[in-house]
Design a protein around this ligand. Sequence first.
Ligand SMILES: *Cc1c(COP(=O)(O)O)cnc(C)c1O
Length: 362
Amino acid sequence: MSPAFPLVRTTSPVPEAERAAILAAPEFGRHFTDHMAQALWTPEAGWHDRSVGPLKPFSLHPGTAALHYAQEVFEGLKAYRHADGSVWLFRPERNARRFARSAARMGLPPLPEEDFLASVEALVRADEPWVPVTAGEESLYLRPFMFAAETFLGVRPAERVAYSVIACPTRPYFSAGTGGVALWVSTTYTRAGRGGTGATKCGGNYGASLAAQAEALQHGCDQVLYLDSTDEEGCIEESGAMNLFLVTAAGELVTPALGTILEGVTRDTALTLAPDFGLAPVERPVTFKEFRAGLADGTITEVFAAGTAAVLTPVLGIKGEGYALTVGDGTPGRLTTALRERMLDLQYGRAEDTHGWLRRVL
Ligand SMILES: *Cc1c(COP(=O)(O)O)cnc(C)c1O
């Protein structure tokens, strides 16, 4: 039997009219649902106090360890409403597994995968009215996270750890209408090194990315394309919150090999679906020189970024110190668009789930 996260329903939900207004134009990460899931861990009791209750602020001592040493990890996944009203998760077991791996890397107690799934499902059930009814790409974004909740300034793993799941209705970061993004190739910053936390979904990676993101915006780009070195001799990695893919004229779908990048669920989905579109999936190191030359001579025909929040986002150009390159003809690529549509069709139940990726909640 899966562990229970018993529900204590809020007595002051967001009024229906206000919720309807939020759902009519959901903005990523701005409006939160009525409830949250929670659990606590201590060395003596293990994971305990599982519940779903009213969304409320944490009360934290200023000496709470997470605020000082960033012992924190998180996940991101979505609940999709199908045309018949049912609500589904997409490959949540992968998020559960990755969350446990991230926790282990950060000295946090791994949450059993069944607890992860039970908490996410219990929250979706409690906040069912918040799952958008959609003909487009709206969904309920779910954010499980875990942090060092012990009041202690010493550097050692915390002996009190809080787990929580919150949710917000959302639409994709970049909708199909916005076309795509331009990436800035930073030679000032890297995001990860071997043996570091590049493959861990932890808040610290994101704090460290903000200066690079500011650099990208200053250069008129939307996101950063990270290399694994601060010169252009290295390999391409990812885009900070999205994995990168190249479509080649030879019919390959190439993505950087795992190691210092995050193992994205969307990344694995794209690789698995590639053969349906006549593309051979390839995971290998890609040098920046090869990438730049391929864009210049047209052997790289399409580039896209992949992540839960962004789905697949076409990359239309890259810029770096002293150069700018257009991908293909500067519009979203045919295969990128087709792969994106297929992924959405699967998530929204419009295509047959032959891989068993959907998990019904309601
Ligand atoms: C979450 C994340 C991704 C995308 O992973 P998905 O499982 O596809 O959402 C890519 N890179 C980083 C750094 C991430 O944190």
